[in-house]
Structure formats: C-alpha cells, structure tokens
Design a protein. Sequence first.
Length: 237
Amino acid sequence: MAIAHSLQPFTIAIDGPAGSGKTTTAKELARELGFVYVDTGAMYRALALHAVRNGVDFNNIPAVCDLLPDVDIRIERRNDDQHTLLNGEDIEDHIRTQEMSKAASDISAISCVREAMVELQRRAVIGADGAVLEGRDIGTVVFPESPCKIFLVADVETRARRRKEQLEEKGVNADIDVIRREIEERDENDSSREHAPLRKAKDAVEVDTTNTTVDEQVTMILALVKRRMNALLEGKD
C-alpha cells in the first residue's frame, strides 16, 4: 500500500506489556499494508543473549556498554517468518524463552543499551514507505512523531495463558503460575525503569484485547489504522 504523504515512512507504533498481543497484531498489520515489520523486543533479547554468552553480568553496566560496538543485530523476513541475526547467526529459537524475556527486560533498563537500540530501530525503517514497530517505547521514544499510535492492554490472566500457549506450540512445558509471576515482575520492571519506561503515549489509542480473538483484534486495529491514514492523506489532521 503506497503512502503518498510527507510522513515517510508512515510509522505505526504499537506498544504494550508482554502478552497483550503486540507481535501478532503488528505482523498482521505489516502484512496487510505491505509495510516493514520491526520487532524491537527481539533486538533487546539478542543483546541479552550476547551478554549471557560472554559472561557479562547485567549489573556491570560499563561491561554491558562495552559490548555494543561489536554487536551487529539484524531482523530479516524469510517466507513470512522473522529471523533475528546476531553477528550473522540466526538466534531466533534461542531468544524466545522465558529466560531471555526476563533478561531483555533487565538489559533494556540500561541507558546506553536503550540509546543504541533506539538508533538501530530508527535505521531499520529507512527507505520504507511504511513500517509497523512494536515494543514498549515506540510511541514515546523511538517514534514520538508517529501519526498512528496504539497501546494494547489485557489482564494478567489472559496474557499468562497466551504466553503458555506460545511456549507449548514450541514444545516447551510451562507452569502458568510461574508465567503469571514473571509477567507481573516484568510489568513492574518495564514500568518503573528510569530510562524510557513503559507507558501509554498521550495521543495513543488504547485497545483492550482481553476478550478478543486474534482475528478480532487485528480487524479492529487495522480499521483504526486505515482511518488514521485516510484522515492524514485527506489533510484532515
């Protein structure tokens, strides 16, 4: 879908806590619109994996910052599947674990890390007509000028159930009580960190996905996005 508008790339910012439906929604929106899709969380997971592999403690902030110049993180799409590359290695399967989810939350609280990742995320959409980015600070920090911001929410029970189902699809047995506790801890970490905390942008549209199916939430949000795009193209905003 070509965008004949001064706001290029046309960025759609989707933020929200873990399990709120960001990834599923963002992927489908990007597919429907023919936009670039950027999973910013994968970038933090990749760096966290790199730090773990190199024995770097996340509490050792200078050591974590020293890793950044030698890290090349890329997101590629192959046959509709996302592949996260760390220095050329496909690590997608290694970063989709509960351990890496927690590690990503911890490492993302470090200022030098967020600054580096924000720059990487902005570069990822250069040259595209449009892009859908999902994360926790897309509408507030990465692309605060985004013309279309969505903030997804869902209750903890729903998010824990979704995460359990995702893990089981990968053949991983998971205890829903443990998942619920980890989600609550991550919510607290992400919302209370000093640098770029998780919060809803003032001009974001909040969508509660607790009682919606995947198809319903994608249809609803796609309609919101298209209305926003049309309003801008017609000069109504």
